[in-house]
Write a protein that binds this ligand. Sequence first.
Ligand code: FAD
Length: 420
Amino acid sequence: MSDPNYNLAVIGGGAAGMLAAGHTAEQGASVLLLEKNKILGKKLLITGKGRCNITNAEDDLKTFITTYGKNGKFLYPAMYTFSNKHTVDFFKKLGLITKVERGGRIFPHSDKAKDVVDCLANYVKKNRVTTKFNSPVKKICLAADKHKLQHIEKLILENGEEIRAHNYAITTGGKSYPLTGSTGDGYCWLKQLGHTVIDPKPVLTPIIVKDKITKQLEGLSLKNVELSLWTTRKLASFFGEALFTGNGISGPQGLNLSKIISESHANNLKIKIDFKPALDYPVLDKRILKDFAELNNKLFKNALHKLLPKKLIPVIIFLSGIDENKKVNEVTKAERKKLLSLLKSFELSVKGLVGFEKAVVTSGGVCLKEINPKTMQSKLIDNLYLAGEVLDIDGPTGGYNLQIAWSTGYLIGENFCKTN
Ligand SMILES: Cc1cc2nc3c(=O)[nH]c(=O)nc-3n(C[C@H](O)[C@H](O)[C@H](O)COP(=O)(O)OP(=O)(O)OC[C@H]3O[C@@H](n4cnc5c(N)ncnc54)[C@H](O)[C@@H]3O)c2cc1C
C-alpha cells in the first residue's frame, strides 16, 4: 500500500497532468503522478507533426476564448489565471524559447516537441513530484460513507497495488490516438462515479471522400486555399493550409472542417476547394488569359505551371475535359469557364471521417456543469479534480487544444493549497 500522505494523486502524465502535478507541488503540496506509459507526455511528442504547437498568439484573450464555441465561457477563470501569454512565459522560464508562425501558431524555436516534454518532465521533477511510470490505474474506489458528498478512498493499479491520497485529479485525456495511452479510461470511471459524460466523438480528424481522384493527389500540401462545406447552402469555410490524403482531405483546415462535418446531420455533404481565393472569377479569368497569351504556342498541358502545383495539373486537365495537346490559343471560352470553375470550386463528396485512431482531439467528455470552473473541482465528489481533454471542451487547430490542458491543469495547482 502506498504512502497515504500524498495531498494529491494525479492520474495521467500528459499536458494537463504535468501542469497540475508540477504546479500543485510548486505550491508546497506532496504530489504523486501516475502514468501508464514508461514516459511522460507520449502524445505531446507527436503534436504539431513532432513540433508541438504549444499555443496561439491571439492577442485578445476574449477572442481566444470565443474560438471554443459555447462551452468556452467555462474556461474564463482558467484562461485568465494562465493565458496563452502565461504559457509562453512559463516555458521561457523553463528554458524553452518559442517562435510565432502563420496563423499565430506558437512552436518551440527548436521545432522539437521533445524539448517541450523535457521541459515539463524537468518541471515536475524539480518540484519533487513523485512519478510512477508503467502504472495504469484500473479502478477508482469511493469511500463507503453514503451520507456525505461522495469521496474517493483509493485507486487500484492494474498490478493490484492500492494508492491512497487525500485528493485525486483525473487528467487521462480523451480517446484519440489511443496508442499514446489516451484510451478514454477517465470517461468510464467518471460515469461510474456519477458524472455525466457527453458522448465522446473523434474531431479534428482526416475527412474521407467518395472521389477516387484524391489518390493521385496524395501528399499534396496546399497553402492559402479556402475549404468550404456545403449542403444546398454553405455551412462553413476555412482559409489556410490543407493536405490531400490517399482517400480525402486533412491538414489544418481539413481538420477544422471535420469538426463541422461531425456536428452536421446532413447527408450529401460536399467540400469545395477554392485554389485561388484571393482572385474572384473575372480577375482569375484575366490572369489565365494573360498566362495563355504569354504562352501562346504552348500546349494546354504545359500552360498551367504558373497557376497550379505540379501534382494538381494532370488532375485539373483530366477533370476539365480539355484536350491536353491543344494549343492554349485554341482553348475556347466555354473550356476556360470549366477550368475556372475547377480552380474556384473543386468539388468532393464527403463519405465520412477517420475515427479515433487518427483524430487530433475528442469532443464530448465530462459535463462542465458538474465542475467548478474556478478550481476544476468536481461538484459531485469532494476530493476530485479534472483537467484537460477529459472535459467536454475542445478547440480548433492552432494551439488551442493544448492551451485548454495547460490552463486547466495549472488552475488545479493554483487553488489547491488555498482550499486544502
Ligand atoms: C497527432 C496529434 C497532434 C496534435 N497536435 C496538437 C498541437 O500541435 N497543438 C495543440 O494545441 N493540440 C494538439 N493536439 C491535441 C493535444 O495533444 C491534446 O488536446 C492534449 O494532449 C490533451 O492533453 P491531456 O493532458 O488532457 O491528455 P493527454 O495528452 O492525452 O494525456 C493523458 C495521459 O493520461 C495517461 N493515461 C490515460 N489513462 C491512464 C490510466 N488508466 N492510468 C494512468 N495513466 C493514464 C495517458 O497515457 C496520457 O499520458 C494533437 C493531438 C494529436 C493526437
